[in-house]
Design a protein around this ligand. Sequence first.
Ligand code: SAM
Length: 445
Amino acid sequence: MQKNEVMNYLIMAGSTNHMLRGDKLLKDIGIETALVPAPAEYGSVCAIAIRVKKDVVALAEDLLRKNAIVIQGIYPDLPKRLSGLIEKMQQDILSEAFIKIMKKIESGEELSYEDIILLLKTERKAEMDALFSAADQMRKEIVGDVVDVRGAIEFSNVCMKDCKYCGVRRSLPTLERYRMTEDEIMEIVHELHAMGLQTVILQSGEDSWWTAEKVIALIKRIKTETGMRITLSIGERPQEEYARFKEAGANNYLLKIETTNREIFEFIHPDDDYDERAKCSEWLRELGYLNGSGCMIGLPGQRPEDIARDILFFKEMGINMIGIGPFLPAKGTPFEKYPAGSVEMTLKAVAVTRIVCKRVFIPATTALASLDPDGQIKALQAGANTVMLINTPAKYRYNYQIYSNKNMIDLHAAIRAIQVTGRKFPSYLKIDVEGNIDAGDTQKQ
Ligand code: SAM
């Protein structure tokens, strides 16, 4: 290859919406693309460009124009001239701007939007290590060393929504759909209760068969038979239903905003409205739920600026549980060819969220554990304090693959993560270190 030979071109679309639609069009006909930050010198309207290989740039341009995608410009993606030497030297140095933010954290000052962006953008190893360690210290001082363990039952994969990223979306004709019966659910709830767990998470697609009456009957049964705390994660419902669930005994509700970038939100949710989703979160807060939200990292076109806004949204909405996981491609979905989100960016987002939102539950997400076998451990070391076990019965699990190759976090994995990170088991857990149910007081701390 010649030293400065151009191998790739950057296509700049007229808006975020055109960029997202254009990228999808190209991917769908098999053209390899990547969404990358646009170099400032190209005076971008839209800060993300579509990168394509040189040999397909003309074909890509033609296809985009035929589909009315506005192209603001097409530029060569010039190879970097740096050998990477200076970059490597910088890895071990904390920049002045970074140190300034660390000082702010130390003195208890609130971080600004710009500070958050700088933290999310850092790629220097020394800075990332310092960020994770600051978040870990904040976690220790504010919520302590105990890792909260919760059990999740994915009780129905029937969904009326068609979210483009999701492996249980409506338009997946070959997916075998299931609904657990109330008795099947209760059997698992009793198992969790016997393990000493205090919270059960009931999650499903947006399944209207599960009417408010049926959900309420289930809540009441769980309360009467076990007294466990209940987290519902069953999507968008009318305010009046949220109120009735709360009255029946539901304690927490998990409804992720997924992204606060409206254009991306609308692009990935063909039948959802950003304002309605945000409204649901507000209702849940007003009704007194412990309110759960979260976002995906690595959505098409998403920039660190968007993630910074997500984190400020969690803070401003007073969100109590914040699940941050990488986007993972799911087979058969419109996004199956999209790249997964990065482990590093997810960990940075977890760390910054702990620093900004402080006294909140942050799970080490299943999605992160699916992308990196040590993901759970890394998240626990970067500000997370909760682990969610997947307790869906084996015969149904395969059909709740919201993304492909989903890691089924079990008790053993959780125990290992808690031990490796030197954290404490919750005193309510009635298991020994091998994961056997044990009503006695064993060495769990
Ligand atoms: N229907 C409920 C709702 O909308 O909140 C709960 C079920 S939904 C499948 C649960 C979560 O799965 C979503 O909030 C989303 O963040 C996550 N999810 C779905 N598909 C994903 C994917 N491909 N990669 C990462 N996370 C995904």
